[in-house]
Design a protein around this ligand. Structure first.
Ligand SMILES: *Cc1c(COP(=O)(O)O)cnc(C)c1O
Length: 460
């Protein structure tokens, strides 16, 4: 009989919830490279950034030294509506796999928007309202970020304009309606409403859009309207800071039971959930206090870490946004439309990019069929229908657990289960019908994206 007393779900009480976010950059020796002004090629100043982002978020974006940021009381209250999120011991999955490994996952899907994105949406909407702004603009791909932001904006009393990648706008009408129900306006991108949208449509008529296009549109609307600012759901340092709440809660819950993970796994789109989950653990590793293996999992059809370049690049297709130094496939890279699993952004968080470059983290790419197979295995034993994005992490967690089965090692594996898949049933339908195909870009395909990388002057 097992003497294991770890419950299926480890919750924190309200008084155990984190009251400050953790800024991993404070513990990094090699700081992530600064954002550059695309016009001058020089580091973006706080002044320039304030046209795009609200003031407090500019401060957070640029701050590489303050380790802890107190979470404002209003945001803590908002978090209490849906947090703490459960840390689950995947006993049923372990049983199914017959593995000696101990598997845990942190489940972020217990809110209406269905993912971790609400953690940063709440913070960004709060600071915009604090500054007296009228509203915010943003892009959304599959729609999780737009949904999260529309919830946060309605709570904090802000107008919310969402540019939604056209293919998702058409394929995911239900997400669109959730956003509209929370009061957001939703426009398919590229649209005729913006200069950059009209330009992209003229150059690529019939395009199904991309996150990069939608970002360009949302930024254009924000900078041409003084009472609006732009907000982004991933990639940026500030977003990673807010998402550290995931890792802080996880660590607090594990510490209660003396659990120490050996391997920490997360899916990587723009890097925010992974960055947030690993933050306090990576902090310990960087300070030399503990060691962990970190694994980023990305789709084989959009392989920024595993096949991208570590270079300065645009975050958007319209090339109006600041340049970020990151692992990138080039801002012109658009994943094949038959890629259904999300995580479609061409770049990656500069923080995670630097850590990966410096050897603190591993990365692997997974094909769609394998990802959905893992999703179904997980759903059938753990009860939760996972988002396809999250299922990349499930795939890697299962593979690591199966390795333990071969070697007999009792490793502790932690992964981020970022969200639910209720709005991804078209993708599940394709998988169930055996009609899910993957397109893995050839080296020639990738070369086209790399050719569009900008020339950047030497930094002084
Ligand atoms: C947006 C999203 C992701 C990927 O974004 P990151 O910034 O890489 O975390 C992963 N899972 C779900 C459910 C999402 O909505």
């Amino acid at each position: 009989m097992s003497t294991d007393k770890i419950p299926y779900k480890i919750y924190l009480s309200e008084s155990e919830m984190p009251t400050a976010w953790y800024n991993l950059r404070a513990d990094m020796k090699n700081k992530p490279a600064p954002l550059l002004n695309p016009g001058t090629g020089q580091p973006l100043t706080a002044e320039e950034m304030r046209d795009i982002f609200c003031d407090e978020l500019v401060r957070q974006e640029l701050d590489e030294t303050t380790a802890y940021y107190p979470i404002p009381q209003e945001i803590q209250s908002f978090y209490k509506m849906y947090r703490p999120s459960p840390l689950v011991r995947a006993y049923c999955l372990e049983e199914k796999l017959q593995t000696p490994a101990k598997i845990y996952y942190k489940f972020e899907g217990n809110n209406t928007s269905g993912s971790h994105k609400l953690n940063s949406a709440a913070a960004q909407a709060y600071y915009a309202r604090q500054q007296g702004l009228k509203g915010v603009t943003t892009e959304t791909g599959a729609g999780q970020w737009g949904t999260a932001l529309s919830m946060a904006c309605s709570y904090f009393g802000l107008d919310c304009k969402v540019y939604m990648v056209k293919v998702s706008y058409e394929q995911k009408p239900f997400r669109r309606e959730v956003m509209r129900t929370y009061g957001a306006s939703v426009t398919p991108s590229p649209s005729m409403e913006t200069e950059v949208g009209r330009k992209i449509l003229a150059e690529h008529p019939g395009t199904t859009g991309s996150l990069g296009c939608a970002i360009s549109e949302a930024v254009e609307v924000a900078v041409s309207n003084p009472s609006y600012r732009y907000v982004l759901g991933s990639v940026l340092n500030q977003v990673m800071l807010h998402q550290s709440v995931i890792g802080l809660e996880t660590k607090a819950a594990m510490d209660k039971y003396g659990i120490k993970p050996d391997i920490i796994i997360g899916c990587a789109g723009g890097g925010s959930n992974l960055g947030g989950l690993i933050a306090p653990f990576m902090g310990e590793k960087l300070r030399g206090e503990a060691d962990y293996r970190f694994i980023a999992v990305e789709p084989a059809s959009c392989p920024s870490f595993t096949r991208g370049r570590f270079a300065y690049d645009f975050c958007d297709t319209g090339k109006i946004c600041p340049l970020a130094k990151m692992y990138t496939l080039g801002s012109g890279f658009i994943p094949s439309p038959n890629h259904a699993g999300g995580l479609r952004f061409h770049g990656m968080s500069p923080v995670l990019s630097q850590l990966y470059h410096d050897g603190f983290m591993e990365a692997r790419a997974e094909e769609q069929g394998d990802v959905f197979e893992a999703a179904v295995t997980f759903a059938r034993v753990e009860g939760i229908l996972p988002a396809p994005e999250s299922s990349h992490a499930i795939r890697a967690a299962i593979d690591e657990a199966l390795k333990c089965k071969e070697t007999g090692e009792e490793k502790t594996i932690l992964f981020g289960l970022t969200g639910t898949g209720y709005f991804d049933l078209l993708a599940y339908q394709k998988y169930n019908d055996g009609a899910l195909s993957d397109y893995i870009p050839s080296d020639e395909d990738l070369a086209i994206g790399f050719a569009g990388l900008p020339q950047v002057p030497k930094q002084t």
